[in-house]
Design a protein around this ligand. Structure first.
Ligand SMILES: Cc1ncc(COP(=O)(O)O)c(C=O)c1O
Length: 319
């Protein structure tokens, strides 16, 4: 990106006036792949976009001194394309990737359109490749520890993007979200217990319930006027009828693309609280939301209702 376009801001409050000053339609905070991709789409729709890059906050020296230094860039289509090439087709076949190489293993034609996994075919952003290359050049791959930098990055991400102040002690690492769902089902229920899901929903939710010998209870989402919504009366009735112990929420919801509002989350939370139902919220897609429909972490939605439970996230899906 052209360095001359960068300006330095010392205080996050200064962002408030930027959108107006620059007559931008949208201000995006975060110049990771998500921010850049969103900017790219909006610019393609003829919108003026300002992108705030927070990455300097993660630089150790700077974050220790102020934690509030950011850079602003007025983006042009060419600027984005000079860093991220979304048009380049990279052949992934023969790299043991599930998306393409599983086709033949499962008896499908090798040229089948592989829509069975949410896996992107863009290269990871340059900063990620550089960090991985540094580790490879170092060349020793012994037992790692989870460094302070990891916790700082996660904590700052949730604060910056969702206004949610999380604590280091709340963070537990797992091999993946589906693994964590299964562990949470075992922790919160016993065999035979009823677990509520809202179909249509990500199919492994069923696997983690059935493979752990629990019972699936469904409260289907309602499709009306091109939009899915929750039938709250049905949720409550199913909980009562089946003595549901656990509810696996998908927020935002895959596959219906709904970002649940604070009101919807609070209402669900109130129902679950009044019937003693534990909630696990799979928020893996929380960074895929348009600015006008911001994602609310369950914990914040539920703080209105009093009960907050387990929250699952995995950054790789977006980046
Ligand atoms: C709702 C949801 N949860 C979990 C996952 C996968 O998580 P992981 O690969 O970390 O197990 C996906 C992948 O598409 C998903 O859509």
């Amino acid at each position: 990106m052209k360095k001359s376009l960068w300006q330095k801001y010392n205080n996050l409050k200064e962002f408030d006036s930027i959108k107006e000053d620059k007559q931008a339609d949208v201000l995006i905070i975060g110049a990771g792949l998500t921010g850049i991709t969103l900017a790219y789409n909006l610019i393609n729709s003829n919108m003026n976009v300002i992108l705030i890059d927070m990455k300097k906050c993660f630089d150790d020296t700077i974050s220790k001194s102020t934690g509030k230094i950011a850079y602003l860039q007025e983006l042009k289509y060419q600027d984005i394309m000079s860093v991220y090439d979304f048009d380049r087709v990279i052949d992934r076949r023969g790299t043991n990737c599930a998306k393409f190489d599983a086709a033949e293993t499962h008896g499908y034609s090798p040229d089948i359109l592989p829509l069975w996994v949410a896996d992107m075919d863009f290269q990871a952003p340059p900063c990620v490749l550089e960090a991985l290359n540094r580790a490879i050049e170092h060349g020793i791959f012994g037992y790692p520890i989870t460094g302070r930098g990891y916790y700082d990055a996660v904590i700052r991400w949730f604060d910056t993007h969702f206004g949610w102040k999380i604590q280091k002690d709340w963070l537990i690492q797992t091999p993946g979200v589906v693994f964590a769902l299964s562990a949470a089902v075992r922790a919160a229920t016993v065999p035979g217990d009823a677990v509520l899901v809202q179909p249509p929903v990500y199919y492994p939710f069923y696997n983690v319930i059935l493979q752990n010998e629990r019972k699936v209870v469904e409260s289907p989402l309602v499709f009306e006027n091109g939009r899915y919504s929750i039938d709250f009366a049905d949720v409550e009735a199913k909980i009562v009828e089946n003595s549901v112990k656990l509810f696996i929420l998908c927020s935002p919801h895959n596959p219906v693309c709904r970002v649940w509002t604070v009101e919807e989350l609070a209402r669900l939370g109130a129902i679950c609280k009044s019937h003693g139902v534990t909630v696990i919220s799979d928020e893996i897609h929380c960074d895929f939301a348009f600015p006008e429909h911001p994602h609310t972490p369950l914990r914040q939605g539920l703080s209105r209702a009093g009960r907050a439970d387990h929250y699952l996230h995995r950054p790789q899906q977006e980046f």
